[in-house]
Write a protein that binds this ligand. Structure first.
Ligand code: 3PY
Ligand code: MG
Length: 253
């Protein structure tokens, strides 16, 4: 599948973040030059219908679709793969047990307990027969565990040690809340950057894929030096605001 191919090339990928419950908007983001689009069911407005329609729209625009599930909704993780999403991001994976439960839902036996039924995925990925999809799915679809608390940081080696976890996705906002014991939301805090660097380095050393949410696009080159190979750039309202500011600035210059 497309996302695994691109990850294997070790490029730094940029994902758009779709939070408006609109497949049209998700498809439009896919046409804007991003490498992938992530549909957000944790904090975004998507429900299952808009998320699954978005997967089709993103795929139709030639890009791989990723889904962030709400906390603990591992049932939606396997369903997302059946609907053709190529990666699932699971928030608040704070322990080895959380990672195990997520990986079980994401991977077919012997790695996990994913149930067979990739009807829509097969419709999208026509190069696959049912047999070849089954053989490829555990490697080609990605389980990304969110590291966004002190507990998750403490459990990092155990989480990375699960063969069904392909990589991590860092949530720097929640991590800052947890790291500084609720003092505030401060994802760009200087002290936190060392923690982000350590997570990136240890993930690479474990041979796994490191990705992260960038609250500011200018942070991405630094994240790449820390070992991260995917960054999410803001949400669709944020992208609108930034684009509108540029256009209005030119029009009113
Ligand atoms: C965080 O920064 O906590 C996130 O979950 C980013 O989406
Ligand atoms: Mg978070």
């Amino acid at each position: 599948m497309q996302l695994r191919d691109e990850i294997d090339q070790d490029k730094v990928l940029i994902t758009a973040w779709s939070s408006s419950a609109s497949a049209d908007m998700a498809g439009a983001l896919a046409g804007c030059g991003f490498d992938t689009v992530t549909v957000d069911m944790q904090h975004g407005a998507h429900d299952e219908a808009s998320a699954f329609a978005s997967a089709k729209a993103i795929f139709a625009a030639g890009k791989p679709a990723m889904l962030r599930i709400p906390v603990g909704r591992n049932d939606l993780a396997s369903r997302a793969l059946d609907m053709g999403f190529e990666a699932v991001i699971a928030p608040m994976i704070n322990s080895v047990a959380d990672a195990d439960a997520f990986a079980k839902a994401m991977k077919y036996p012997p790695l996990g307990e994913r149930s067979w039924g990739p009807t829509k995925a097969l419709q999208m990925h026509r190069s696959h027969s049912p047999e070849s999809y089954f053989a490829a799915a555990n490697r080609e679809t990605l389980a990304l565990a969110m590291i966004e608390t002190r507990e998750a940081f403490a459990a990092l080696d155990g989480i990375l040690g699960n063969d069904g976890i392909d990589g991590i996705f860092v949530g720097p906002s929640d991590l800052s809340i947890s790291w500084f014991n609720g003092a505030g939301v401060d994802p760009r805090n200087a002290e936190l950057q060392d923690v982000l660097a350590e997570i990136g380095r240890r993930t690479r050393e474990a041979g796994k894929f490191a990705s992260i949410f960038a609250v500011d696009p200018s942070d991405v080159p630094g994240f790449a030096r820390m070992g991260y190979r995917m960054a999410a750039l803001n949400t669709d309202p944020g992208i609108f605001h930034a684009g509108a500011a540029v256009m209005l600035g030119k029009a009113c210059a």
